[in-house]
Design a protein around this ligand. Sequence first.
Ligand SMILES: N[C@@H](CCC(=O)N[C@@H](CS)C(=O)NCC(=O)O)C(=O)O
Length: 111
Amino acid sequence: MQLVYFALPGRGEVTRILAKLQGLPLRDTRLDGATWRAEWRAQSPTGQAPLLQLEDGSYLTQSFAIERFLAGPYYPADKLQAARVDELCGCFEEVRRGWPSVCAHAREGQH
Ligand SMILES: N[C@@H](CCC(=O)N[C@@H](CS)C(=O)NCC(=O)O)C(=O)O
């Protein structure tokens, strides 16, 4: 499998950590913006990264879907426990979405 993402933690790091923890063979392709636009964006079903290229050559997108796919023992089999994990992930996602505006306000001294 190959993870295609940028050379930063962002939406790729959880996948990298999950692969490392479980010893999964993952080719970790880290791109700059120019390489992304020139070589990869058109191949992405969503036009976005991260992409997980599977053994059959197809791509899985959406960081949460990729993370769940690779989560193994770190994602509960019990449906309610799994929903609790999803609930927490949803909270983190909301923080992540708001993060650029938090940084912008901090830069402008508008905490
Ligand atoms: N919901 C998507 C969001 C993906 C996303 O926003 N990717 C950004 C980088 S974090 C991207 O591909 N930007 C480059 C572009 O849109 O061309 C996910 O969680 O994977």
